[in-house]
Design a protein around this ligand. Structure first.
Ligand SMILES: Cc1cc2nc3c(=O)[nH]c(=O)nc-3n(C[C@H](O)[C@H](O)[C@H](O)COP(=O)(O)OP(=O)(O)OC[C@H]3O[C@@H](n4cnc5c(N)ncnc54)[C@H](O)[C@@H]3O)c2cc1C
Length: 383
C-alpha cells in the first residue's frame, strides 16, 4: 500500500485491497474513491495496455449504467458509447435474413462501449498498482487478512475483495468451488478496417451485430469502434476438441472452423476466412447458486463470485456488485463486516437470477434446434 493511502487508512481505520482491475474491481475502487475512501487496487497485468482489452460490452440501464451513475460517470459513458451498436440482424446458415432489428434513435437500453474505453473511463484518477499478482489470501491472521504476492512479498489488509475473475486466487479463501465446463466452446477472431477492407462484410454486420444460428453451433460478428469487428464462433464440443490441432497456428484453426461450418453461406464463412488471429475460449461457469459461509475480511464479486455464460450480463453484474459494495461500505464505515454481509446477500440473490437466465439462454443459443435461438431473441428483444 502506498504511504499516503496507508496514512489515510490508519485515520479511517480500514485498509481495503481490491484484487483485479477488471470492470468489477475498478467500479468498486472508483465508487469508494468518490466517497473519499482509500483503496489499493492490485492488478496482475504489468500495465493497462499490456494485452488487447477484448471486444465490446453492452451496458444495461439497470445494471452497468446504474453502476456508472453511482460512480458519477454516466454522462461520460453516454458520450462515448454507441447506441447504434444495439442493432441486431439474424440470419440462417443459408444467409437468409430472419430478423433485422434497429434501435430507435433514443434507445438507450444497452448501448455498446469498447472494453478499453470503459477501462480508461473507470481508471480516471485511480492509482492502480500494476504488476501485482496475488498468489494467495489467508484470512484470520491476528492483524487482518494476509495477501501473498507471486513475487514473494506479503501485505495485510482489513478487507480483501476478490475481483480477479474466473480463475480467482482469492476465491479459495472463502469457497472450495471451482468453475466447470459448460460443453460449449468459442473460437474468436477479428477483422480490422472492415469498412474499407471488407465493405460487403461491413454491410452484412451493419452498425451492431449479425448472428447466424445452426444446429449446435453459431457465429456472431460484432462491430467495435474504429471499424474493428470481433467474430465469435461457438459450438458444442468436448473440452479437448482441439487435440492434434495447433491452436497457435492460425491457418490450421481457420481450416478447422471452415470445415466445422461447411455449407454455410459464403459471406458468413468470409467472416472466418478473413479473420487475423484466433483465440480459444471454452465457456466455464460456477454453480448457479454459488454462495459461501461469510468469512470476516474477505469477499468476492463479479466473475470470481458468479461466473456464468457470457450472454451480456457478466460485466454489468460485476460493475453493479462493485458499486453496491462501495456504497455499503460508505454507508456503514464503522462496521466493515456488517457492510460486507449485507452486500453479499444482495449480490447472491441477483447473481442467482442471472445465472439461471444465462444458463438457459446458452442452451437455447447453441441448441440442436436453431429455432430456439430465434425464439429467445423474440422473447427478449423489444419489437
Ligand atoms: C466473448 C465474451 C463477451 C462478453 N460480452 C459481455 C457483454 O457484452 N456484456 C457483459 O456484461 N459481459 C460480457 N462478458 C462477460 C464479461 O467479460 C465478464 O463477466 C466480466 O469481464 C467480469 O468482470 P470482472 O471484473 O469480474 O472480472 P475480469 O474482467 O475477468 O477482470 C479480472 C481482473 O483481475 C486480474 N487478475 C486475475 N488474477 C489476478 C491475480 N491473481 N492477481 C491480481 N490480479 C488478477 C485480471 O488481469 C483482470 O484484470 C463477455 C465475456 C466474453 C468471454
Amino acid at each position: 500500500m502506498r504511504r499516503q493511502d496507508a496514512i489515510r487508512c490508519i485515520a479511517m481505520r480500514h485498509c481495503i485491497a481490491v484484487v483485479g482491475g477488471g470492470p468489477g474491481g475498478l467500479t468498486l475502487a472508483r465508487v469508494l474513491h468518490r466517497h473519499g475512501h482509500p483503496v489499493a487496487v492490485l492488478e496482475r497485468d504489468p500495465a493497462p495496455d499490456s494485452r488487447p482489452p477484448g471486444g465490446t460490452l453492452d451496458l444495461h440501464e439497470g445494471l452497468g449504467q446504474l453502476a456508472l451513475d453511482k460512480a458519477g460517470l454516466l454522462a461520460e459513458f453516454q458520450a462515448l458509447s454507441r447506441p447504434e451498436g444495439q442493432a441486431m440482424r439474424i440470419l440462417n446458415p443459408a444467409g437468409t435474413v430472419l430478423r433485422d432489428w434497429q434501435p430507435r434513435p433514443d434507445e438507450r437500453a444497452h448501448p455498446e462501449i469498447d472494453r478499453g474505453q470503459l477501462r480508461d473511463l473507470l481508471l480516471g484518477p485511480l492509482d492502480v498498482q500494476w504488476g501485482r499478482e496475488v498468489a494467495q489470501v489467508v484470512p484470520g491472521t491476528g492483524d487482518g487478512v494476509l495477501v501473498h504476492f507471486a513475487d514473494g512479498r506479503q501485505e495485510t489488509f482489513d478487507l480483501v475483495v476478490g475481483a480477479d475473475g474466473a480463475w480467482s486466487r482469492v476465491r479459495p479463501a472463502v469457497s472450495p468451488v471451482t468453475p466447470h465446463y459448460t460443453g460449449v466452446t468459442s473460437v474468436e477472431t477479428s477483422l480490422d478496417d472492415v469498412d474499407t477492407r471488407h465493405p460487403d462484410l461491413a454491410q452484412l454486420i451493419g452498425d451492431g451485430s449479425v448472428a447466424v444460428y445452426g444446429a449446435n453451433r453459431s457465429l456472431v460478428a460484432q462491430r467495435n469502434s474504429g471499424g474493428h469487428v470481433k467474430v465469435y464462433t461457438k459450438f458444442r464440443a468436448p473440452l479437448d476438441w482441439h487435440a492434434g490441432l495447433d491452436l497457435a497456428d492460425a491457418e490450421s484453426v481457420r481450416s478447422h472452423l471452415l470445415a466445422l461450418f461447411d455449407g454455410w453461406a459464403a459471406p458468413v464463412l468470409d467472416l472466418v476466412a478473413h479473420g487475423t488471429a484466433f483465440a480459444h475460449r471454452p465457456f466455464h461457469v460456477l454453480p448457479e447458486s454459488h454462495t459461501w459461509a461469510h468469512v470476516r475480511g474477505v469477499t468476492l464479486l463479479g466473475d470470481a463470485a458468479h461466473l456464468m455464460p457470457p450472454l451480456g450480463a457478466g460485466a454489468n453484474l460485476a460493475m453493479l456488485d462493485g458499486a453496491e459494495l462501495a456504497e455499503s461500505i460508505a454507508a456503514d464505515p464503522e462496521d466493515l463486516d456488517e457492510a460486507v454481509c449485507a452486500f453479499e446477500e444482495r449480490m447472491w440473490a441477483r447473481a442467482g437470477r442471472w445465472a439461471k437466465i444465462t444458463t438457459e439462454g446458452l442452451e437455447r443459443l447453441v441448441s440442436p434446434d436453431p429455432a430456439e435461438a430465434l425464439a429467445l431473441f423474440d422473447d427478449v428483444q423489444p419489437s
